[in-house]
Design a protein around this ligand. Structure first.
Ligand SMILES: [Zn+2]
Ligand SMILES: [Zn+2]
Length: 392
């Protein structure tokens, strides 16, 4: 059998814990040791060990066969060299830079898969798994997940701080309501694709080795539909408006993105939907600004309030609070009110920072002007010099 793409996702050398230039003897020894340790008889009921046992056996079956090992090495070398780089317009999901490997060329011929970007996305996911655990990559049809969607919403400042529920309207490919996404006329059901036996992939030979590619017979869905649903023509998808209620958590900040798993575009014939990303914009508030979990408010005060001291009602998120301005407070001073700021997701709240700012009257009546003149004289007499710091 020719190497499968699945082979390329696997590091058989790592599975056996040997280096890539290990001798046949070293491979045999490593395999025997692991097989003994991981054998199901030695680990009853341990599914992780069983899974590893299978992987080790598979790795050994390839690496112990001279021809298979050479093909595997060749394919991996090509992959590492990036020879297949240069996709041809699979819009979505670039397969994360690291390996620089893009199946675009290889799969270009498959074409006709429709739904632009889907294939790229899927491959991005596949390749993303390379280098980490490959859990779940073996067996079973790998259906094309729907594309991710982007949308945005604008919140009032206080709603963002306190959390709210918004209703989004999104018009996008969605699971067909008539056939519930199966693509088959209600009363009938899809059958397993005979070309790929429901695996959604077929193997294509390419030089010394082969790759699996989306099955052209079923467009990589693994199923065939004899009697298509009239509403969606067998795709399982209809474009329609949806309303989605989104609970926006408290404390969300301007520009943050919220991911709604499974609320993106529907996948073909019941394949999982993509995700919906909602970018949140937060409107400015007349009173408050924000700095992380702290709320800031600028408090206009009169000169006399600063001189004599005062208790002033200051708005908070849920009402108001009396703030005591001590006598002799300087203009521009910031008072901190613990726990009156933005609720934290972890519990508790940030602080409310109140900065006093003198408002100077532009029109005073005679009585006030007279009083002010008297005050100015008394102030001088008391020895107050606002510019004493200049040290003339
Ligand atoms: Zn339908
Ligand atoms: Zn098929």
């Amino acid at each position: 059998m020719a190497p499968q793409r699945e082979w390329l996702e696997r590091d058989f050398y790592a599975d056996l814990g040997v280096s890539s230039d290990a001798s046949a003897d070293q491979i045999k020894k490593a395999y025997r040791k692991l097989a003994r340790e991981l054998h199901p008889d030695a680990n009853p009921g341990d599914t992780a060990a069983e899974e590893r046992f299978k992987r080790v056996s598979e790795a050994h079956s390839v690496l112990s066969d001279e021809t298979k090992r050479r093909e595997y090495d060749e394919a991996r070398t090509l992959m590492a060299s990036g020879r297949f780089r240069g996709g041809n317009g699979f819009g979505g999901g670039t397969p994360g830079g690291a390996g620089g490997f893009d199946f675009g060329d290889l799969f270009g011929a498959a074409g006709g898969a429709g739904g632009g970007g889907g294939l790229g996305d899927m491959l991005g996911d596949l390749l993303g798994g390379r280098g980490g655990g490959f859990g779940g990559s073996a067996g079973g049809p790998r259906q094309r997940r729907g594309n991710d969607l982007e949308t945005e919403t604008t919140l009032a400042f206080r709603d963002a701080v306190q959390g709210t529920t918004v209703t989004l309207r999104v018009t996008s490919p969605s699971p067909c309501t008539k056939c519930h996404g199966s693509g088959a006329r209600p009363g009938s059901s899809p059958r397993t694709c005979p070309t790929c036996n429901g695996t959604a992939f077929v193997t294509r030979n390419q030089g010394h080795f082969g790759f699996s590619e989306p099955c052209p017979d079923c467009q990589g869905t693994g199923t065939k539909i004899d009697d298509p649903c009239p509403d969606c023509q067998g795709t399982g998808i209809t474009v329609r408006p949806r309303t989605i209620n989104v609970r926006v958590p408290q404390g969300v900040e301007d520009g943050q993105r919220i991911r709604l798993a499974g609320q993106g575009e529907a996948g073909m014939r019941g394949a999982p939907s993509g995700d919906l990303y909602v970018t949140v914009h937060v409107m400015a508030d007349k009173v408050f600004t924000r700095s992380g979990n702290d709320l800031k408010v600028s408090l206009p005060v009169s000169i006399s309030e600063l001189i004599l001291g005062a208790t002033i009602s200051v708005p908070t998120l849920d009402g108001s609070v009396g703030v005591k301005i001590p006598a002799g407070t300087s203009d521009g001073r910031t008072l901190r009110l613990k726990g009156r700021g933005v609720p934290k997701r972890s519990g508790g709240s940030g602080d409310l920072l109140v900065t006093v700012k003198v408002a100077v009257p532009t029109k005073l009546d005679d009585a006030a002007t007279e009083a002010m003149k008297k005050y100015a004289e008394a102030e001088r007499a008391s020895g107050f010099d606002p510019r004493a710091g200049w040290g003339r």
